[in-house]
Design a protein around this ligand. Structure first.
Ligand code: FES
Length: 175
Protein backbone atom coordinates (compact mmCIF):
# COMPACT_ATOMS: atom_id res chain seq x y z
CA UNK A 1 0.00 0.00 0.00
CA UNK A 2 2.79 2.41 0.96
CA UNK A 3 4.54 1.69 -2.35
CA UNK A 4 1.36 2.46 -4.32
CA UNK A 5 0.92 5.83 -2.56
CA UNK A 6 4.54 6.64 -3.24
CA UNK A 7 4.09 5.84 -6.98
CA UNK A 8 0.96 8.01 -7.22
CA UNK A 9 2.80 10.86 -5.57
CA UNK A 10 5.72 10.45 -8.00
CA UNK A 11 3.37 10.38 -11.03
CA UNK A 12 1.69 13.53 -9.82
CA UNK A 13 5.02 15.31 -9.39
CA UNK A 14 6.18 14.31 -12.91
CA UNK A 15 2.88 15.48 -14.40
CA UNK A 16 2.89 18.77 -12.52
CA UNK A 17 6.52 19.47 -13.43
CA UNK A 18 5.88 18.69 -17.12
CA UNK A 19 2.80 20.90 -17.25
CA UNK A 20 4.69 23.72 -15.58
CA UNK A 21 7.56 23.26 -18.04
CA UNK A 22 5.28 23.37 -21.09
CA UNK A 23 3.55 26.50 -19.78
CA UNK A 24 6.96 28.06 -19.13
CA UNK A 25 8.23 27.33 -22.65
CA UNK A 26 5.01 28.68 -24.16
CA UNK A 27 5.27 31.86 -22.08
CA UNK A 28 8.92 32.33 -23.02
CA UNK A 29 8.27 31.69 -26.72
CA UNK A 30 5.22 33.99 -26.99
CA UNK A 31 7.11 37.25 -27.64
CA UNK A 32 9.03 35.49 -30.44
CA UNK A 33 5.92 33.88 -31.95
CA UNK A 34 4.14 37.23 -31.74
CA UNK A 35 7.03 38.91 -33.57
CA UNK A 36 6.40 36.62 -36.56
CA UNK A 37 3.04 38.30 -37.13
CA UNK A 38 3.23 41.46 -39.26
CA UNK A 39 2.49 44.70 -37.43
CA UNK A 40 -0.37 46.97 -38.50
CA UNK A 41 1.92 49.37 -40.37
CA UNK A 42 3.53 46.49 -42.29
CA UNK A 43 0.06 45.22 -43.19
CA UNK A 44 -0.90 48.69 -44.39
CA UNK A 45 2.19 48.93 -46.60
CA UNK A 46 1.73 45.49 -48.13
CA UNK A 47 -0.86 46.78 -50.58
CA UNK A 48 -1.66 50.06 -52.33
CA UNK A 49 -5.18 50.83 -53.47
CA UNK A 50 -5.53 52.97 -56.56
CA UNK A 51 -8.69 54.58 -57.92
CA UNK A 52 -8.28 54.06 -61.65
CA UNK A 53 -11.58 55.68 -62.66
CA UNK A 54 -10.05 59.08 -63.59
CA UNK A 55 -7.46 57.49 -65.91
CA UNK A 56 -8.24 58.21 -69.54
CA UNK A 57 -6.82 56.11 -72.41
CA UNK A 58 -3.16 57.02 -72.82
CA UNK A 59 -2.86 58.44 -69.29
CA UNK A 60 -0.44 57.09 -66.76
CA UNK A 61 0.08 57.66 -63.06
CA UNK A 62 2.95 56.66 -60.82
CA UNK A 63 1.95 55.33 -57.41
CA UNK A 64 4.12 54.25 -54.50
CA UNK A 65 4.05 50.65 -53.40
CA UNK A 66 6.37 49.34 -50.70
CA UNK A 67 8.68 52.31 -51.26
CA UNK A 68 8.94 51.70 -55.01
CA UNK A 69 7.26 53.51 -57.91
CA UNK A 70 4.64 51.65 -59.91
CA UNK A 71 3.38 52.78 -63.32
CA UNK A 72 -0.35 52.37 -63.90
CA UNK A 73 -1.20 53.04 -67.53
CA UNK A 74 -4.57 52.92 -69.23
CA UNK A 75 -3.49 51.81 -72.69
CA UNK A 76 -5.05 53.03 -75.90
CA UNK A 77 -6.16 50.48 -78.53
CA UNK A 78 -3.02 51.42 -80.49
CA UNK A 79 -0.75 50.69 -77.50
CA UNK A 80 -2.45 47.33 -77.01
CA UNK A 81 -2.12 46.49 -80.71
CA UNK A 82 1.56 47.46 -80.65
CA UNK A 83 2.17 45.28 -77.56
CA UNK A 84 0.39 42.31 -79.16
CA UNK A 85 2.33 42.78 -82.39
CA UNK A 86 5.51 42.51 -80.32
CA UNK A 87 4.48 38.99 -79.25
CA UNK A 88 5.65 37.62 -82.60
CA UNK A 89 8.91 39.58 -82.70
CA UNK A 90 12.29 38.53 -81.40
CA UNK A 91 12.41 39.58 -77.74
CA UNK A 92 15.40 39.57 -75.38
CA UNK A 93 13.10 38.37 -72.57
CA UNK A 94 10.22 36.62 -74.37
CA UNK A 95 6.76 37.09 -72.86
CA UNK A 96 3.27 37.40 -74.30
CA UNK A 97 1.47 40.65 -73.65
CA UNK A 98 -1.63 38.74 -72.52
CA UNK A 99 0.43 37.11 -69.76
CA UNK A 100 1.51 40.52 -68.43
CA UNK A 101 -1.92 42.12 -68.03
CA UNK A 102 -5.19 41.13 -66.38
CA UNK A 103 -7.19 43.62 -68.43
CA UNK A 104 -5.71 44.52 -71.83
CA UNK A 105 -6.31 48.22 -71.27
CA UNK A 106 -4.52 48.39 -67.93
CA UNK A 107 -0.76 47.97 -67.65
CA UNK A 108 0.79 47.80 -64.18
CA UNK A 109 4.59 47.82 -63.94
CA UNK A 110 7.25 48.19 -61.32
CA UNK A 111 9.00 51.34 -62.54
CA UNK A 112 12.46 50.04 -61.77
CA UNK A 113 14.79 49.44 -64.71
CA UNK A 114 16.10 45.89 -64.68
CA UNK A 115 19.58 47.10 -65.61
CA UNK A 116 20.68 49.10 -62.59
CA UNK A 117 17.41 50.23 -61.06
CA UNK A 118 16.75 53.72 -62.48
CA UNK A 119 13.17 54.89 -62.92
CA UNK A 120 12.24 54.84 -66.62
CA UNK A 121 10.58 57.87 -68.21
CA UNK A 122 6.82 57.86 -68.83
CA UNK A 123 5.01 56.16 -71.69
CA UNK A 124 5.83 57.38 -75.18
CA UNK A 125 9.51 58.08 -74.53
CA UNK A 126 11.07 54.89 -75.91
CA UNK A 127 11.66 53.70 -79.47
CA UNK A 128 8.81 51.20 -79.21
CA UNK A 129 6.24 53.67 -77.97
CA UNK A 130 6.93 52.58 -74.40
CA UNK A 131 9.39 53.66 -71.74
CA UNK A 132 12.95 54.89 -72.03
CA UNK A 133 15.34 54.45 -69.16
CA UNK A 134 17.43 57.64 -69.16
CA UNK A 135 20.41 56.16 -67.35
CA UNK A 136 21.86 53.91 -70.05
CA UNK A 137 19.23 53.93 -72.79
CA UNK A 138 17.10 50.83 -72.30
CA UNK A 139 13.88 50.87 -74.33
CA UNK A 140 10.80 49.06 -73.07
CA UNK A 141 7.69 48.59 -75.22
CA UNK A 142 4.02 49.20 -74.44
CA UNK A 143 3.95 45.94 -72.52
CA UNK A 144 7.01 46.91 -70.47
CA UNK A 145 9.19 44.35 -72.27
CA UNK A 146 12.83 45.16 -72.89
CA UNK A 147 13.47 45.69 -76.61
CA UNK A 148 16.79 47.53 -76.82
CA UNK A 149 19.63 48.54 -74.49
CA UNK A 150 21.52 46.94 -71.62
CA UNK A 151 18.57 45.93 -69.41
CA UNK A 152 18.40 42.12 -69.31
CA UNK A 153 14.77 41.67 -68.29
CA UNK A 154 11.31 43.07 -68.83
CA UNK A 155 9.94 45.55 -66.32
CA UNK A 156 8.46 43.48 -63.54
CA UNK A 157 4.71 43.17 -63.20
CA UNK A 158 3.90 43.30 -59.49
CA UNK A 159 1.18 41.18 -57.99
CA UNK A 160 -2.11 43.05 -58.33
CA UNK A 161 -5.83 42.50 -58.41
CA UNK A 162 -9.05 44.45 -58.67
CA UNK A 163 -11.18 45.15 -55.62
CA UNK A 164 -13.97 46.33 -57.90
CA UNK A 165 -14.30 47.75 -61.41
CA UNK A 166 -12.44 50.96 -60.50
CA UNK A 167 -10.13 49.95 -57.68
CA UNK A 168 -6.76 48.43 -58.34
CA UNK A 169 -4.98 46.77 -55.43
CA UNK A 170 -1.24 46.45 -55.87
CA UNK A 171 0.50 43.83 -53.75
CA UNK A 172 -0.70 40.87 -51.81
CA UNK A 173 -2.71 41.32 -48.64
CA UNK A 174 -1.00 39.58 -45.74
CA UNK A 175 -3.34 37.28 -43.89
S1 FES B 1 19.56 51.59 -65.24
FE1 FES B 1 18.22 51.60 -66.91
S2 FES B 1 19.48 51.34 -68.60
FE2 FES B 1 20.84 51.28 -66.93
Amino acid sequence: MAIEVEENRRDFLILATSAFGVAGVAAAAWPFIRSWSPSADVLAQATSEVDISPLQPGQMITVPWQGKPVFVLRRTPEMIASAQKGDSESLPDPAKDADRVKRPELLVLLAVCTHLGCVPQPIGTGDYGGFLCPCHGSHYDTSGRIRKGPAPKNLEVPHYDFKDANTLVIGKALA
